[in-house]
Design a binder for this molecule. Sequence first.
Ligand SMILES: *Cc1c(COP(=O)(O)O)cnc(C)c1O
Length: 395
Amino acid sequence: MNVYADNAATTKISPAALEAMTKCMTEYFGNPSSLHTPGQTAAEVLQKAREDIAECIGASFQEIYFTSGGTEADNQAIRSAAALGAKKGKKHIISSTIEHHAVLHTLNALEKEGYEITLLDVGTEGIVKPEDLEKAIRDDTALVTIMYANNEIGTIQPIDELAKICHEKKVIFHTDAVQAVCHVPINVHEQNIDMLSLSAHKFHGPRGIGVLYVRKGVRLFNLMEGGAQERNRRPGTENLAAIVGMSVAMKEGIASMEEDEKKVEKLRDKLIAGLSKIPHSRLNGDAKKRLPGNVNFIFEGIEGESLLLLLDNKGIAASSGSACTSGSLDPSHVLLALGLPHEVAHGSLRLSLCEENTEEEIDYILDTIPGIVEYLRDISPVWEDLEKGEKEHVI
Ligand SMILES: *Cc1c(COP(=O)(O)O)cnc(C)c1O
């Protein structure tokens, strides 16, 4: 059996989105900036997609800026708010310890450029406390950027409360909502969100396209120089096919969200209950305030990477928090932020489900994982030490 359980990394394209994209590339091939009929037809298609996407998140179409994905949207939001702050002598930015690297690495770069960064802790459950944000905001705070939902452990942050605090203190609030869009209801105006990043390939849209929403009245600075596209804020000929594919996938995702998420939550909870039976294992992140499709487990005494490869041999595509794949042996910064010791954080596994996963697949995963964990523990020197009592179990 082949099971794709890595939907937090990317998703399979929706057939309707793919069809709309093909039509775009063959029929609406004009450049939306051109004044002739093919150009103006493309411009109309672009405008419709912009309006549809705006509606999906409760924004107006003038607040939507197309980018090359979540990474670019995060970069532009943060750099822009930082530049705006600097003009007013405000060079302090608040974020959290569990952000995506698109946010954390941008903040690292800004720190080298003279900004001061405060990263809020998330405790053992992986959730930011609003009272911590309240205490951290200063007169010179230019931006608060806190992700909507975490890509590794799936925890959902108290965005309404965090945004309200920022709104009252007149500090720009940005959220990386790449993992949240189409999984939790979002209305940027009602929720006081000033800036929001999203990415199509996390909800069955194409890769390489995303959106930065910027509330009217918040000034946006460019990352690049060029043409006048996106109201002079993001130059480059629009990737119309990808934009349309994104709008179709997003509308579909929002329309079926309630039904899909109920189904996915059931699968998730069955998976969590089954994996919890493995001794010395634990779910990472708050059990309730988490994405419907996210399961992130730690198994003491094993390497996540080995588990991943053996699962792949059995046809199961999952992900691990430990970052050997990226060439470093450091475990995930997210798991370390939860307070897990280094050697334990290495034994993590992320399974991220979508509405296409089935109960049979969950049964297959639950039949497969315990045996692999046992095998890996049998050959693990760390596990031997734990069993002999030379080391103490953490879990
Ligand atoms: C995937 C992801 C990104 C990056 O989006 P891309 O479109 O792949 O650049 C940013 N933030 C989070 C939380 C993500 O999951």
